[in-house]
Design a protein around this ligand. Structure first.
Ligand SMILES: Cc1cc2nc3c(=O)[nH]c(=O)nc-3n(C[C@H](O)[C@H](O)[C@H](O)COP(=O)(O)OP(=O)(O)OC[C@H]3O[C@@H](n4cnc5c(N)ncnc54)[C@H](O)[C@@H]3O)c2cc1C
Length: 308
């Protein structure tokens, strides 16, 4: 039986894996995606991680994985579908129907993008509607596009797209951004970004390459509806935690994040959570890496008690 199965190889999972391996645990990391690195792979530039100014998200992910590979950590590219608690051991069910027994589990499954939830979104997803500016921005070179959202990711997307698109419409339901002030100021100073405050996309129509966005907007306090024609649309309205597979096993908060503090201990002894997937206020690479490092101390304490 394994000592520890880590689910997810984003910054939290990789950081934890290095600490676990150095603590001589028999550990395996499960990853459902083609790459390690998690969400950060989707960003053009990371400017706020210590010691790596301006690094691309992809390069950062590769560096993290290379570091883990130096320790000969075992990876398994199967998705974890469910988890059962049997007290002194846990059983993990994988996508191919096999089961894996382990003494402890660390959930570092992070989050995925949130949908806007308007008519046309599903139909045009991948055909004009995107959730990743760095992945799909180049398809819209010299074209007019829209970005929806007001947080860091929406602001970064608008700035990134402004470098290659003829015009970027930033559509946000408030007049103030939720993202960092420095990014908001850069957006407002960029000549080819047009900011639409108090505005919502209510429907997506048209055809691939020529989208018709129905916009409900407040102009001088009066509600108005109009159509905006763009070649592409980028949705950046937040993230939702990937915790479906542990619903009913560990306690989740109202938004679906795993209830766990700095020790990573969940409501079930032997099941730990770290990184974006747990309840906390700041979700960044630095906090995920910190969580991954810290939680292994508590996993080790748990295993020592269990095996005494
Ligand atoms: C576009 C974008 C830009 C960002 N820019 C920055 C930035 O500039 N600076 C910064 O500090 N942070 C940034 N972030 C946030 C940062 O990426 C996250 O805080 C960080 O990646 C969280 O790490 P994590 O390991 O907790 O989760 P994640 O990175 O989400 O990794 C989770 C991993 O678990 C895997 N997984 C999920 N479910 C399963 C399953 N059932 N079975 C197996 N594997 C599974 C996923 O495939 C993924 O690889 C950005 C995020 C995005 C989306």
């Amino acid at each position: 039986m394994r000592d520890l199965v880590i689910i997810g190889s984003g910054p939290a999972g990789l950081s934890a894996a290095i600490y676990a391996k150095r603590a001589m645990m028999d550990v395996v990391v499960m990853e459902k995606a083609a790459f390690s690195g998690g969400q950060i792979v989707n960003t053009e530039k990371v400017d706020n991680y210590l010691g790596m100014p301006g690094i691309s998200g992809f390069d950062m992910a590769m560096k993290f994985r290379e570091h883990a590979d130096l320790f000969e950590i075992e990876f398994d590219d199967r998705e974890v579908m469910s988890l059962e608690d049997h007290g002194d051991h846990k059983t993990i069910s994988l996508e191919d129907g096999t089961d894996l027994d382990t003494r402890a589990v660390l959930v570092t499954t992070g989050a995925r993008h949130r949908n806007l939830g308007v008519p046309g979104e599903e139909e045009f997803a991948g055909a004009g509607v995107s959730y990743c500016a760095t992945c799909d921005g180049a398809f819209f070179r010299n074209k007019e596009v829209a970005v929806v959202g007001g947080g860091n990711i929406a602001l970064e997307d608008a700035l990134y797209l402004s470098k290659m698109c003829s015009k970027v419409h930033l559509i946000h339901r408030r007049d103030e951004f939720r993202g960092e002030k420095i990014l908001g100021a850069q957006v407002l100073e960029t000549p080819n970004i047009e900011f639409h405050p108090f505005a919502k996309v209510t429907e997506i129509g048209g055809k691939p390459g020529s989208l018709e966005l129905k916009i409900a907007e407040q102009v001088n306090g009066t509600p108005e509806e109009h159509m905006l024609l763009v070649s592409g649309m980028f949705i950046a309205v937040g993230t939702v935690p990937l915790t479906d597979f542990i619903e009913g096993i560990v306690e989740l908060d109202e938004a679906g994040y795993v209830k766990a503090g700095e020790t990573g201990q969940t409501s079930v002894p032997g099941i730990f959570a770290a990184g974006d997937v747990r309840t906390k206020n700041v979700r960044q690479v630095a906090t995920a890496v910190g969580d991954g490092a810290a939680v292994i101390h508590y996993v080790e304490e748990y295993l020592n008690r269990l095996l005494k």
